[in-house]
Design a protein around this ligand. Structure first.
Ligand code: ATP
Ligand code: MG
Length: 391
């Protein structure tokens, strides 16, 4: 049989799941299979309590790239699979360690062997000793270090032999689709895509709701939000975006309410509209990128007043993050470059010259009484557009 690539898949928290473990593992396997769909020779399997992938070596880079984005994985250990014969194992290990040393400069290693198939003629300690010797004599500059090795050369003997010495860290979390569904208020900014990604990493299925003020906001601004949705779909597989025009609402607020309440009043409409969409598409919670203290409207008083508009729970995973930390995540997940494109947002179109930082609910509700709230909400929902984006 030819040399095939193989990846030992390390899963994290799922192993804590007791009786539900199988449910989470099966979901993870399905998500992994879905992530590498389109590649020809990949198999995802579970055997002896471990999950692994098996593929044609020519597809290795792609398999790793796609698999790395699947939530629930802690690490991928790519290696090779050969016939269970010591010479073949040695040849494969030498090639692997040579490449690893060239790439990383690491030299201090330790061999770890595990023999599940007792038909193999050497014991695990013998494999460690002999393979260590072969590596030392074949590659210059290596050193055995059993106490603090820089890398492990793992050998597992089953029906075939598996050799791996690299470990690629993944995002961890829980398998997507195992923790209910939530509606993400997705703007074109830096924060909300990150907030959505963090919830998705916990297994929460996302749908997105975006508000625009077309034609005051442009089609390019809308396209930017769709690009962000596509970037989230790289991790989630697909995502549905509901776009709602807020223009009539913003104009009504401008004409009938105090200027400094513009932001808080539009925010309450956004929440109410998002909650309607959530209830229609089966979402059980709302998610925003709000963050305490970041802008004038994001005070405890401001959040209290927006929160009071809805009855679904509102998750704000970034509430206590520093901006730098949010930017770091945005860069890591690939949304940052899109987020900083300078297109106008519906909030910037009607940016008031002053903002109430400590709104009182009674006062805000009194202002809303000047508006035909139900009519405005109904008309905004009637004009909504729904699109689905795939990975
Ligand atoms: P972001 O970078 O996510 O836009 P921000 O720091 O600019 O956040 P705000 O503009 O005050 O903060 O918005 C706070 C949150 O309200 C956003 O994270 C998002 O969840 C929601 N939101 C704001 N504008 C919109 C919009 N146009 N469409 C959908 N949700 C929005
Ligand atoms: Mg914003």
């Amino acid at each position: 049989m030819s040399e095939r690539g193989f990846i030992l898949v390390k899963i994290g928290e799922i192993t804590l799941k007791g009786n539900n473990r199988r449910y989470f593992e099966n979901r993870l396997m399905d998500n992994l299979k879905e992530a590498v769909r389109g590649l020809h020779h990949v198999k995802v399997a579970k055997e002896f309590g471990r999950m692994y992938m098996n593929y044609d070596l020519s597809e290795e880079a792609e398999v790793l790239e796609k698999a790395q984005r699947v939530f629930g994985l802690v690490a991928l250990c790519p290696g090779v699979e050969v016939d269970p014969d010591f010479d073949r194992i040695s040849a494969a290990a030498v090639a692997q360690v040579k490449a690893l040393k060239a790439e990383t400069g690491m030299t201090r290693f330790k061999v770890e062997a595990r023999r599940s198939d007792k038909r193999f003629p050497m014991t695990s300690p013998e494999i460690c000793r002999d393979l260590g010797g072969v590596l030392l004599s074949s590659i210059e500059g290596l050193q055995v270090d059993v106490h603090a090795p820089q890398f492990l050369v793992n050998v597992e003997i089953r029906d075939r032999a598996y050799i791996y010495s690299r470990e690629i860290r993944c995002h961890g979390g829980m398998p997507y689709g195992t923790a209910g569904k939530a509606a993400l208020l997705l703007s074109g900014g830096i924060d909300s895509p990150v907030a959505g990604w963090m919830m998705a990493r916990r297994g929460v299925t996302l749908s997105a709701v975006h508000f625009h003020s077309y034609p005051f906001t442009s089609e390019r601004a809308q396209e930017k939000v769709y690009d962000l949705a596509r970037q989230l779909a790289v991790f989630t597989g697909s995502i549905e975006v509901t776009s709602i025009n807020l223009l009539e609402i913003q104009q009504a607020i401008m004409e009938n309410c105090p200027e400094e309440e513009m932001t808080i009043l539009s925010r309450r409409f956004m929440m109410a509209l998002a909650e309607q969409v959530a209830k229609e598409n089966g979402s059980q919670a709302l998610v925003t990128g709000e963050n305490i203290g970041q802008v004038a409207s994001q005070t405890i008083e401001g959040l209290t007043v927006t929160n009071a508009r809805v009855s679904l729970p509102v998750f704000r995973p970034l509430i206590a993050y520093d901006k730098n930390d949010i930017v770091e995540v945005a860069k890591r997940i690939g949304t940052y470059e899109t987020s900083i494109l300078p297109f106008e947002d519906c909030c910037t179109v009607f940016l008031p010259s002053k903002v109430v930082t400590k709104p009182r609910l009674a006062q805000i509700e009194a202002s809303e009484a000047n508006l035909d709230v139900e009519g405005l909400i109904q008309r905004a929902l009637e004009g909504k557009e729904v699109l689905r984006f795939e990975r």
